[in-house]
Design a protein around this ligand. Structure first.
Ligand code: SF4
Length: 243
């Protein structure tokens, strides 16, 4: 697989420096959390169009669109965008101004430029197929650690951790309970990795995101009905406490 000189090795060294300490989670609490989360997801998981595909291009488009944008605003644009640009090749060949107009009105307008640049790079360096190696994914401008984890787990079915706003909130409330989650990212990344049941990264990560969006919400989480309440270090959540 082609590699770009320099950038990969820099990433590799940085990644080695950032290698996470193993997260210490009580094994019983871990098993109960995994079981309950997957069970909850089976019953309540959202039916979303990007969950019906394993095409890395479509997963990437959905992930970039979902950054800072609500799911219900993303769905129609996701379909329109993919109809117009069905592959990395089609997107790479499109003029960037046209891509930017197609993106409207999603906002946060650096995203169409990033997506277009990832498509051009995928075509130029990898023949139009997105790699699954974490260091190679992270070498793309516009693919950060969360997006790399999402692509690996949702497109390549790997047990790769993710950590977005919803996941940070859920893991911090259930397993940490004190301090500012923004200053605990290393610990939370390690926790996200340690909690994945082997071979179930796809469902587990989708479940975490849905659980954060639907039960353990930012304001007024549904603690009384929550399947995690006897495990949760924050139960019952006090909306007046600072997180
Ligand atoms: S008990 Fe409340 S704070 Fe804890 S995970 Fe459930 S909804 Fe979130």
């Amino acid at each position: 697989m082609p590699r770009q000189n320099g950038s990969i090795s820099k990433r590799t060294h940085r990644s080695q420096r950032e290698r996470l300490p193993p997260a210490s989670v009580d094994p019983g609490a871990k098993r109960r959390f995994q079981f309950r989360l997957l069970k909850w997801y089976q019953q309540h998981g959202r039916d979303l169009p990007w969950r019906k595909t394993s095409d890395p291009y479509k997963i990437l488009v959905s992930e970039v669109m979902l950054q800072q944008t609500q799911v219900d605003r993303v769905i129609p644009k996701y379909h329109e965008f993919l109809e117009r640009y069905p592959s990395f090749q089609d997107l790479a060949e499109a003029p960037i101004e046209e891509v930017r107009k197609t993106w409207y009105p999603l906002g946060y307008n650096v995203r169409p430029y990033r997506l277009h640049s990832i498509a051009c790079e995928t075509v130029a360096r990898y023949g139009g197929t997105l790699p699954n190696h974490p260091e190679e994914l992270l070498s793309f401008k516009g693919i950060g650690r969360y997006t790399a984890g999402a692509i690996r787990s949702f497109a390549f079915n790997e047990d790769a951790p993710i950590l977005d706003t919803n996941v940070i909130r859920v893991l911090h409330r259930v397993f940490v309970g004190t301090g500012d989650p923004k200053t605990q990212k290393r610990q939370l990344w390690a926790l996200s990795e340690a909690l994945i049941p082997r071979g179930k990264g796809y469902d587990f990560n989708q479940a975490l995101m849905d659980f954060g969006a639907m039960v353990c919400t930012a304001r007024d989480p549904y603690c009384l009905l929550c399947p995690m309440k006897d495990l949760c270090k924050t139960y019952p959540f006090d909306p007046h406490r600072s997180e």
